[in-house]
Design a protein around this ligand. Structure first.
Ligand code: TXA
Ligand code: MG
Length: 318
């Protein structure tokens, strides 16, 4: 059992930075989801994150920086990374790049995932800290990421040293992860930025494969993708056309039919992304055991939403 911590709750990014400097763990908001951060150069602090989350040891962490100009200090930028950074950094995207040395925490891969959040509070914390911060999403391994301050407090008070308050995430799903370390760029996890959005900028771009095809023997492209993810306790279904309201089931979708006992009707894919995980949490709290997710609209956000819904409905993978 982890010992219970006194958790400081504050909206002051400089206090979060000093906790990081002392080797503490900080829960902080980003534009995508909340993160659980530690000084990337303090390996003991980084390992503590794995204990808090119960995260498999082979699933590497994303390194967060305050500015794209900091990336070359820890990883090698190449032509793909330079053009993509100019287009969408800071923002909800993570680059997998070759690492320079072993001074930053990693799980033994030759690459490092780096991200520069656009969230004002996260950015101020990173600037005040002045170095790399390793942070996975703030949730117990396998569960949906956290997108509301109230959930961050109820699930992590007592487990982390500090919870940083700031504007709530506006995106709601985790960053796009794109591998730029090989001969051809490849999307490993879709997010706000998808294959469709980036293929003109990176003509040789490859899309992520079908979810969870990697076997245990094979080294997965993105280690995290082999585990069950984003899943509430309730069973999740991708609803087929014509599914009617059912007693005791919940539903989320765009243009949802009335009649669901617990339904969330959204206006577009962006709102769907922003609300999916908090809806999963609310369903679990209400003891709902079956959730129907209706397909998102065509266009931006569709790929990421279908990816997360599919992962949430897969079971028994880890
Ligand atoms: O939006 C986000 O990305 C949030 C916020 C907090 O920044 N973070 C996040 O971290 O979602 P996490 O740990 O939940 O997901 C990181 C994903 C995992 O699937 C992991 O396997 C992959 O990135 N990853 C990390 N380092 C990698 C590397 N060197 N090569 C390939 N995949 C990597
Ligand atoms: Mg995660």
């Amino acid at each position: 059992m982890l010992k219970n911590k006194d958790t400081l709750i504050t909206d002051d990014p400089s206090r979060a930075a000093s906790v990081l400097k002392k080797g503490g763990i900080v829960l902080f908001p980003t534009e995508t989801v909340y993160g659980l951060g530690a000084n990337s150069r303090n390996f003991q602090a980084c390992l503590e994150i794995y204990k808090i989350k119960n995260r498999p040891a082979d699933n590497p962490l994303i390194v967060h920086l305050s500015d794209p100009g900091e990336i070359p200090k820890i990883a090698s930028m190449n032509a793909f990374a330079r053009s993509l950074a100019a287009y969408c950094m800071p923002g909800p995207i993570t680059f997998v790049l070759s690492k320079l040395d072993n001074s930053v925490f990693s799980t033994g891969l030759s690459t490092l995932a780096v991200r520069v959040p656009s969230h004002s509070t996260a950015n101020e914390m990173l600037r005040a800290f002045g170095g790399p911060v390793s942070a996975p999403s703030a949730n117990l391994s396998g569960q949906p990421s956290i997108t509301r301050f109230s959930d961050a407090v109820s699930e992590f008070k007592g487990k982390v040293d500090l919870i940083l308050k700031g504007p709530e995430p506006t995106i709601g799903l985790e960053s796009t992860v794109i591998d730029l370390s090989g001969p051809k760029p490849r999307i490993l996890r879709p997010g706000f930025w998808s294959f469709e959005d980036l293929k003109d900028l990176l003509p040789e771009l490859e899309d992520f494969g079908p979810a969870d095809t990697s076997s245990d023997e094979e080294k997965p492209m993105s280690p995290g993708t082999k585990y069950r993810h984003y899943a509430p306790d309730a069973i999740v279904f991708l609803a087929e056309e014509g599914v009617r309201p059912e007693a005791d089931a919940a539903a989320i979708g765009i243009g949802l039919l009335p009649g669901w006992k617990y339904g969330l009707d959204l206006k577009d894919n962006a709102e769907y992304m922003r609300n999916l995980y908090s809806f999963f949490r609310d369903c679990d709290r209400q003891g709902i055991t079956k959730i129907y997710c209706f397909p998102p609209l065509e266009g931006k956000g569709k790929e990421a939403l279908l990816n997360r819904i599919q992962k949430a409905q897969d079971s028994g993978l880890a």
